[in-house]
Unconditional design. Structure first.
Length: 255
C-alpha cells in the first residue's frame, strides 16, 4: 500500500503522505522525512506504543521520529490508515461544486484546513461518524482513508480518485477551465514549505527531484478548476508558523 501511494506522483510527491499499521498495542507509522515509495528498499517506519489512551515512540532515543501527522493515524481505530496529497483531493477542495459532491458522497467527511498535528486530529475525531464516513477530505491538504485490509484500501483509494476525477471533468465541461493560474498565496503545506513564493511552481521543468513533482501536482490541481471556482489560501501567519515549526524543519533535514 505504501509503495502503491508513494510511486504515483498524482497521489503523493517526494516525502509527502504517510501510512500506518496497528497491531495489539502498537502502531507502525511512516517516519518523518521518509518516502513511501522506498518502503521496499529501506526501513521507513517507526513504532508507537499505546499507553492507556495515548501513544509514545518506542525506543525514542534510537528510533526515527514519527511523521508529524502521526496523530491522524492514532485518531482512527482501523488497522490500516493512509494519508496522501493527491492532485484530485486538492482540486475538489476548491471546487464551487464541493457541497454538491459531498451531498452525493455522504461517506466523505469534510475537514477545514488546520495545520497537521494534534489539533487536526481532534477536529477529525469531533466531526467523524464512523457509522457513515470511510474517508476524510482535508481542505488544502489531501485525503485520509482507512480500512481493515491493505488490498481493499488500495481499491478504495482507486475508486475515490476515479470518482473525483470524473466529477471534476464533468464540472469543467459545464464551466470551462480557468484562464489563469497565477496565485496570490500558498495552497497547501507542501507548497509553502518547498517554494519561497507562491508562483515559483510555474515553469517547473527547470526544477529537479521531488520539487518538480510537487510543482507539477500544483499545476495539475489548478488545471482541474473551473471558471467559477475560488481558491482558498493558507493564511500568511499559518505559512510563517509552518516554516518555523521545529517538526517541519526536522522532516526536511531527515530526507
Amino acid at each position: 500500500m505504501s509503495v502503491f501511494i508513494g510511486r504515483d506522483r498524482k497521489l503523493t510527491q517526494g516525502p509527502g503522505g504517510n501510512t500506518s499499521l496497528k497491531y495489539e498495542n502498537f502502531c507502525m507509522v511512516k517516519a518523518s522525512g521518509k518516502w513511501l515509495s522506498r518502503a521496499y528498499d529501506e526501513a521507513i517506519f517507526t513504532t508507537l506504543f499505546r499507553e492507556y489512551k495515548s501513544f509514545r515512540v518506542l525506543n525514542s532515543k534510537t528510533s526515527a521520529k514519527p511523521s508529524i501527522e502521526w496523530p491522524l493515524h492514532t485518531a482512527i481505530q482501523s488497522k490500516y490508515v493512509a494519508h496522501y496529497h493527491s492532485v484530485n483531493s486538492i482540486a475538489i477542495s476548491f471546487s464551487s461544486a464541493l457541497e454538491n459532491f459531498l451531498e452525493q458522497n455522504l461517506n466523505v467527511c469534510l475537514i477545514p484546513y488546520l495545520r497537521p498535528g494534534k489539533k487536526l486530529a481532534h477536529e477529525i475525531v469531533k466531526k467523524l461518524n464512523t457509522n457513515i464516513h470511510n474517508s476524510c477530505l482535508l481542505k488544502n491538504h489531501g485525503f485520509l482513508i482507512w480500512g481493515e485490509e491493505a488490498e481493499s484500501l488500495i481499491k478504495h483509494i482507486q475508486e475515490m480518485e476515479n470518482l473525483i476525477s470524473n466529477f471534476l471533468q464533468k464540472q469543467l465541461g459545464i464551466q470551462g477551465k480557468k484562464s489563469s493560474y497565477s496565485l496570490n498565496g500558498f495552497i497547501t503545506p507542501e507548497h509553502s514549505i518547498f517554494f519561497k513564493e507562491p508562483n515559483d511552481y510555474i515553469n517547473y521543468t527547470h526544477l529537479t527531484g521531488f520539487k518538480a513533482d510537487i510543482a507539477k501536482s500544483i499545476q495539475d490541481s489548478l488545471e482541474l478548476l473551473g471558471q467559477h471556482d475560488q481558491i482558498e489560501y493558507i493564511s500568511r501567519d499559518e505559512v510563517k508558523l509552518i516554516r518555523n515549526w521545529p517538526a517541519e524543519k526536522y522532516r526536511i533535514n531527515a530526507q
